[in-house]
Write a protein that binds this ligand. Structure first.
Ligand code: FES
Length: 169
């Protein structure tokens, strides 16, 4: 064996290196899209949770009177899809100020409804009461109604999902 043979790559090593390289390339071409495919429901669910929903023209909501708005969204949970019904109350304070509250009672999750005679939202399950701004004022609810983030673009009112939990005062 000559001295120069020490630096040469043997046929066996060459085949091993080529096999490892080709194997890695195949792994990348199959593995990366597979992982992205498996993670896509999670990414999609996050995108859908942070959605902006149009509630129509702000001028269509009367000032000072809570007005109900309902919509349904399809929620992606892993590989499953579930239709989720949302019901909320739009309270327009003046031309440019508006608050939007969830109708889900903060006690055990019953749906409140607005009672104009007493000017309260009332939860039918345990007689919980909230004032017009969603503040808990009577009964077992421990904190105010959740509130949606809002913005107005071109006269159109939008809310952002999910609603924000407000602390008890
Ligand atoms: S669920 Fe509303 S008061 Fe109990």
């Amino acid at each position: 064996m000559s001295a120069s043979n020490g630096n040469r790559v043997s046929r066996r090593d060459f085949i091993k290196a080529v096999t490892a390289g080709v194997g890695s390339l195949i792994g990348m071409f199959i593995g990366v899209p597979s992982v992205a495919y498996l993670l896509s429901p999670t990414i999609q669910a996050q995108a859908e949770d942070d959605a902006h929903i149009s509630l129509g023209q702000i001028q269509d909501y009367p000032i000072g009177i809570p007005t109900r708005f309902n919509f349904t969204r399809t929620k992606v949970n892993g590989w499953g899809r579930t239709a989720v019904n949302y019901s909320l109350y739009v309270v327009r304070i003046n031309e440019n100020e508006v608050h939007v509250f969830s109708d889900v009672c903060t006690h055990l999750g019953c749906h409140v409804s607005w009672h104009p005679d007493v000017e309260h939202y009332i939860s039918p399950c345990h007689n919980g009461h909230f004032d017009v701004m969603g503040k808990n004022i009577n009964g077992p609810p421990p904190r105010p109604l959740d509130e949606f983030g809002t913005n107005i673009e071109g006269g159109n009112l939008f809310v952002t999902l999910p609603p924000i939990k407000r602390a008890a005062k």
